[in-house]
Design a binder for this molecule. Sequence first.
Ligand code: UP5
Ligand code: MG
Length: 188
Amino acid sequence: LPFDGESLVFVLGGPGSGKGTQCARIVETLGWAHLSTGDLLRDEVKKGSELGKQLEADMREGKMVPLSITMDLLKSAMESQRGKPGFLIDGFPRTMEQAELFEKSIGHCTFVLFFSCPNEILTQRLLKRGETSGRADDNLESIGKRLKTFEEMSLPVVQHFGKDGRVREVKAEGDVEDITRNTLKQFE
Ligand code: UP5
Ligand code: MG
């Protein structure tokens, strides 16, 4: 496997749970690489290609974009960051199929960092961000769909890794600083 023996941490949690926010802080402290599949997809959308238009439509509906696209983007982003002490894979895998393919073709997941947070708080955060983010999916209708997709497709991934003790859960409500402190403890 191309990333055999590397520290590979899946960062999972509902939409708006703070995956991006906390990953940026881990990077500052530990110097790990941060790969957000959502950000990689939005970069693709910005190019304005036909593919980008399709991806944006999927994201607005809170749907999963085709797996081959995410995998290719993720793999090449990881290659470009080789040598980092670890890799934070933010927002991936979101389905069991993605989880299985990653571990079969990229490397073994060291642990899952799981940010748990009630849906009402997630919704509030994303609506607030939507006032300025320009993200096509930060509106009430899309947020509802994203929450549903997360519960139906991604929570089973967290449960799967929980079976062999690979999930480290952090409560993601409240003060960002407190959450960072609890998050960094998971890396000791
Ligand atoms: N915020 C953060 N922490 C806070 C705190 N403690 N208190 C108050 N506010 C807090 O944070 C969200 C907002 O909350 C920000 O405004 C932040 O300041 C504030 P953020 O750190 O951005 O949370 P994050 O969990 O990263 O939220 P994000 O919106 O990125 O989560 P999603 O999982 O919904 O989005 P992602 O970009 O990963 O995916 C988007 C879409 O892409 C998916 O819905 C899907 O359609 C598609 N996709 C795929 O198909 N496949 C993939 O592999 C990946 C994505
Ligand atoms: Mg994010």
